[in-house]
Design a binder for this molecule. Sequence first.
Ligand code: DGP
Length: 164
Amino acid sequence: MLSRQVLRRCFSSALARRSDPFPSAFCLERRLCTKRDEVRLAGEASEGRGPPAPTVFSRVIDKSLPADIIYEDERCLAFRDVAPQAPVHFLVIPKVPVPRISAAADEDAELLGHLLVVAKNVARKENLDEGYRVVINDGKHGAQSVYHLHLHVMGGRQMTWPPG
Ligand code: DGP
């Protein structure tokens, strides 16, 4: 477990190196997150103590926050996760800010289908020929930490079951 002091030191050097310090410091924090931190962040987000809307993904969409974007069309975006849990780990998000899958309307069926089709097409481009996992975390028990709907697509290694 990293101490606050180590984290602070990492943050200051990241801040010193970048012209736009907030995104790099934020991303660095995410990269250093342990699984327990992820669950804590998820709990805080669902209790309304996390970052206020618009979420960090709104900033990825409007390009004010740098991200490794690997696909974009008029309805969605795919970009690499800042804290990858597999050799290939990207997120597919709608451009409209649906906060979570349980908040999606029945009328969103076409958009939700589109996200899955994009996930499948990008996975093929990423050469995930042996298969991959698609995950949607929802709410506190689902350990969702960013309240902008996103599909995780993870591959490049053998997955296990059940998930934690
Ligand atoms: P979830 O726990 O399902 O809400 O997952 C949110 C994911 O988003 C998590 O795996 C880390 C990723 N993430 C959070 N902030 C950023 C960011 O600023 N950039 C990128 N690329 N990914 C992020």
